[in-house]
Design a protein around this ligand. Structure first.
Ligand SMILES: [Zn+2]
Length: 190
């Protein structure tokens, strides 16, 4: 099956590192074994290249398997996965991006971060204040809920890395349930 949307390999590498950290190599093997044969042929037991674009349907299959293997004891496993992707990117590439920005500045510019991870979907900043942001994701075939859950975790981590405290995030509209976009309402304290 030809995938029409893509994710950067660095995300897959981050998720792999997250799984191994929490459940060891054994858990990672279970996640790989839980994917379809097609997905396994793309990312199973192969080295993942950070700057390569991978098919989104493979990534969704990967996240679903993470949820099956590790989600029984942890209902927010995908939220934590998204959060780890941002932390991984922060340590590897984006420290300077965060260092000088307020949470408002960082979330206002998160559309650039988004397009370094995903194509062709895009992040639109609807509005921001000093302590809130309204963000929309749109422009790709119907997403899977596992993506929305990990996206929320990534947005929270982005706010946290730029100094926000007591962050609350809610996906108030979702393409999975019929809205034309996924909309995330984020508030925090300084
Ligand atoms: Zn959604």
């Amino acid at each position: 099956m030809e995938s029409q949307s893509f994710i950067k390999g660095s995300s897959i590498k981050a998720v792999k590192e997250f799984i191994v950290k929490h459940g060891g190599d054994e858990s990672y093997q279970k996640v790989i074994d839980g994917m379809s044969a097609d997905s396994r042929s793309v990312i199973g037991n192969k080295s993942i290249l950070s700057s390569t674009w991978y098919p989104m349907d493979v990534y969704v299959d990967f996240l679903k398997s993470v949820k099956n293997v590790l989600g029984k004891d942890n209902k927010i496993i995908l939220y934590e996965t998204g959060s780890y992707i941002i932390e991984y990117g922060y340590n590897a590439f984006y420290k300077l991006f965060y260092r000088f920005g307020s949470p408002q500045f960082i979330l206002k510019n998160s559309k650039y971060l988004w397009s370094s991870y995903f194509k062709p979907s895009r992040l639109t900043v609807v509005k921001t204040t000093e302590t809130s942001a309204l963000l929309r994701v749109e422009g790709e075939p119907l997403p899977d809920k596992v993506l929305c859950e990990s996206t929320a975790g990534g947005m929270e981590q982005s706010a946290k890395l730029s100094g926000a405290k007591n962050i609350k995030i809610q996906e108030t509209q979702c393409r999975v349930t019929g809205s034309p976009y996924c909309e995330y309402d984020i508030t925090w304290e300084l």
